[in-house]
Each structure stands twice: as C-alpha cells, then as structure tokens.
Design a protein around this ligand. Sequence first.
Ligand SMILES: [Zn+2]
Ligand SMILES: [Zn+2]
Length: 336
Amino acid sequence: MTTSSDVIDDAPEADGDTPLPSATLGGERKRSIEQITLLLFITVPFLAVLAAVPLAWGWGVSWLDLGLLVFFYYLGCHGITIGFHRYFTHGSFKAKRPLRIALAIAGSMAVEGPLVRWVADHRKHHKFSDAEGDPHSPWRFGETVPALMKGLWWAHIGWMFDEEQTPQEKYAPDLIKDSALRTISRQFLLWAGLSLALPALIGGLVTMSWWGAFTGFFWGSLVRVALLHHVTWSINSICHAVGKRPFKSRDRSGNVWWLAVLSCGESWHNLHHAEPTSARHGVERWQVDSSARLIRWFEKFGWAYDVRWPSRSRIDSRRIKAGKDAPREAETAEAA
Ligand SMILES: [Zn+2]
Ligand SMILES: [Zn+2]
C-alpha cells in the first residue's frame, strides 16, 4: 500500500488499478467541493432549459442570443468531438502545436470536466465497452426493462458521481507528459468560467445593457451548456442502448441518425466502436459528420496531418455479413 492515500484521503482505490497519483491533474478528487461544483454545473443549466421554453414565449429570443447559443454550442461541441475525442483520446490525426492547444482549450470550454480526466474515462470506456469495468454502460444493471432504465440513468449522469476514479496516470500518460496540456487540464475551472462569462460579456457589450448581458448568459451559457451536456451524455446512454448496428463491435454501440447534427457527427457510434481511430464516424455519403468535415479543412490548411481517413475496403471489412456475425445485434433496436 502506498502513502498516496494519506495525500488524497477521500479518494477511493480504483479496481485494483495503480494507486492514484498524489499530484492532482484536475478532477482526481470528486467528493466535497468538486462534487458540489459538478452538481451545480449539471443542475443549474438544466433548470435553465426547463425555464427556457416559457421564458422564450414571454420575452422572445433575440437573434443575438440565438447566435451566442449556436456559436458557443458548436465551439464546445467540436472542441470535445474533434479535440478531446478523436484527437486526444484516439489519435485519429496529428496536429500542429497551435491546433493541439486550441483543441484542448475549446474542449475545456464545453464544461465537461478537465481534459486528462475526460480522456482517461473515455479510453477506459473503449477498453471495457459494455462489460465489467466500463465507467458508463447502460447495461450495467442487467437487461430487464427496470435494469435498463436504471442503467440509462447511470450511463447518462449517474456515473459521474461514482467514487471510483479512472486512474489518469495509467490511461492518459501521453497527455500528462505534455506540460501545456497538464496546465490546461488543471485550469479547467478557469476555462469553464471563461466559457460561461463570454456570452454575457458579448451580450452586454453589443446591447450596452445589463439585460443584454443577462439574456446572453441565460441562452449563450446556461441553456447552451445544458443542451451540450445532454447531447454528449446521450452518446453514452442512448447510443449504447438503441440504434442500428451494421458494423462488428464487441459492445452494444449503435448508430443514431437523429442525434447526428447536434452531436457533431458522434452519434454514428457503432462505426466508431468498430473502428475507433477513424477520423470520420459518419462513413456513408449521407451521414452528417461536421467534425470530419472540419478535420478535412484543418488538413487542407496544413494544421492537421496523418489523418486516418477510413478506406472503403476497410469499412466494408468491418460490416456484419448477413447470417454470419452476430445477427441478433444487427437486427435489434430499430428505434433509431
Ligand atoms: Zn461508446
Ligand atoms: Zn471513442
């Protein structure tokens, strides 16, 4: 037993993994202040969404507020999907230094937790997807309807409050080695604060009024964060419970078309688990994947290189052949 437990006295042991490091990278400790902060980050924006509909009816929504909502939504969303997910977690392309830093900051502005923790959790999710050890499988409690309801709640939100921590040194040593990324990850609250403050600042300056600052904050910060949270979490919950499964993967990931635009292309989740390092998730011509489109532009500008675009033959080799591989999986869940 190491003495690290003296340093982080309330940190649990993680399922026989390496002990937690004593130096915090942001997000190692979830009890106390961080648990409360997390709870606030989750509930306050959500309450704003509940209030949004009647308020929009009464106040009307200005084009400025709508613009702030859409701009900051897609900034954070692509920061997560292109940055935290496809680049930092899976290495589906290489990035020049300025792009690497910009993606780390843009992803932090999605208010989904520090970079290193996000990546560690997600790598663990792929290692154990829908099996014992997956931090957020909706199948955790079984396959009956009540168990799946409980599991969906767990995969969507509950897992974030779990005392069990993904050991960051074990799952994200490559990021920890980079001092700039380590710093950005540690400064998570700063980036989250900036992300919440900017819409208010812009709203106030453009209208030159406190009311403009308030509505900018309401729509551009609170409603935007809530929407992005629930869309991101839906990839963990909905996209592991329903959706089409045309590709071979050892889990229950599905392609959910109606989340494609809002999730910046991440809801083509079955392909993603079948081919995790692919820079494109929506591999069919009609499958919207704005993240892949942006990576393409980054590549043209010379900011991204060695992009792992999947070849047609590679994709076809991952398809489930009728009557052969796991037909049960292929036929289920036409819900999407
Ligand atoms: Zn998944
Ligand atoms: Zn992934």
